[in-house]
Design a protein around this ligand. Structure first.
Ligand SMILES: *Cc1c(COP(=O)(O)O)cnc(C)c1O
Length: 362
């Protein structure tokens, strides 16, 4: 791994040696008693992380698989998509491609979803589902999940579908208390596991609705997940390697303690924002809505971002991200989720400074 470039990008995040060792465990049959025991062990940890009594399902797919699944299982009438970044904008397209009726609740990138706008739109009675992205990874912005959840409680017949892909385990997101219908995440963001897995919970109400939704398909049918879960299994052969890695990661998380984990993430976010401001940078998202998982920083100093990142790679074998989609080059993103610590982030920021000085000299 001598030429390994350490990742400070918002997914996939850096995977530790310990996690890789767990990931490389020998295979077992996915219909064996050993697998059932592994499944149950992981399950109890996941329920604590989701703050739920409901089952937590594992899908061998990236997060998009479950984002599409939620549409296919729960949209019967029309879905309203809350949109203000690359992932949330794309979810609308995915709904259309699934043959569903969909409308946009669109904001400029970096501006939060306004719960009162959502309420007004839902008052029309036109919708039976809402898609909502908690942490827009493309813009480094956290949407007001708790305020939006309070609005959604006034509309119990509208399924509340929440993507927590890049905020899960960064802060407390209580699935049961918030009344979320589907909450999903991926393995390669804050959990710092290799990509290829998605985790999700489905409310009882949403499960009953899925039963009556036609054309759910097979691979992502919520009912298949439930039926197999009842037997501590997955519908098809899962990434058993990811189960081992997940087991190892869950043990690590509870060793650190949830409150410590949340505090560590907040400390790293505050450090990074402070660093940016002291150097004259501005943050991309609207003030007060900055992500705790990553910082999306405006390139208001007109820096040659690709050259900066190249220097960081050459000299320190590390990388950050040069901006996503239509704000590539106008922004850069530093991920501070997963296994990073104030020490590793401090080191990255020092290295970025050194490369910045060198860029200015050239
Ligand atoms: C990364 C990400 C996704 C997509 O995840 P895949 O694993 O690539 O499918 C979706 N939503 C958000 C907010 C993300 O950060």
């Amino acid at each position: 791994m001598s030429n390994h470039i350490k990742l400070f990008i918002p997914g996939p995040t850096e995977v530790s040696k310990k996690t890789f060792e767990a990931f490389a465990s020998p295979m077992i049959g996915h219909r064996s008693k050993d697998f059932q025991a592994l499944y149950r062990e992981v399950q109890s940890g996941l329920q604590k992380l989701f703050y739920t009594q409901r089952p937590v399902f594992f899908s061998t797919s990236s997060a998009w698989g479950v984002m599409e699944a939620a549409i296919r299982n729960l949209v019967q009438k029309k879905v309203l998509c809350c949109m203000n970044g690359a992932f949330s904008d794309k979810w609308f397209d995915v709904a259309i491609r699934c043959g569903k009726e969909a409308d946009k609740l669109q904001y400029p990138w970096g501006k939060p979803i306004d719960p009162s706008d959502l309420k007004n739109r839902l008052n029309s009675n036109a919708y039976d589902a809402v898609t909502f992205i908690h942490n827009e990874t493309s813009t480094g912005m956290m949407n007001p999940l708790f305020e939006v959840a309070a609005v959604m409680k006034e509309f119990p017949d509208v399924s509340f579908i929440v993507d927590c892909v890049s905020s899960f385990s960064v802060l407390k997101i209580p699935f049961d208390d918030l009344g979320i219908d589907v909450m999903l995440t991926g393995t390669q963001k804050a959990l710092a596991l290799p990509p290829g897995g998605a985790l999700f919970a489905v409310s009882q109400k949403a499960m009953a609705k899925a039963e009556k939704t036609p054309a759910r398909g097979y691979y992502f049918d919520f009912l298949e997940f439930q039926k197999n879960h009842d037997n501590s299994m997955t519908p098809s052969t899962p990434s058993i390697s990811l189960f081992y890695a997940l087991k190892s990661k869950i043990a690590e998380i509870f060793e650190e303690g949830l409150e410590n984990r949340y505090q560590r993430h907040l400390t790293m976010a505050l450090m990074t924002r402070q660093w940016a401001k002291e150097r004259g940078f501005e943050l991309f998202p609207q003030i007060g809505y900055e992500s705790i998982s990553l910082s999306c920083i405006k390139n208001n100093l007109g820096i040659d971002i690709p050259q900066w990142i190249q220097l960081l790679k050459n000299r320190f074998s590390m990388t950050i991200d040069g901006g996503y989609g239509k704000i590539k080059g106008q922004t850069f993103r530093i991920s501070h989720m997963g296994d990073e610590t104030p020490k590793t982030i401090g080191n990255l920021l020092d290295n970025l400074d050194e490369c910045l000085q060198e860029l200015k000299k050239a």
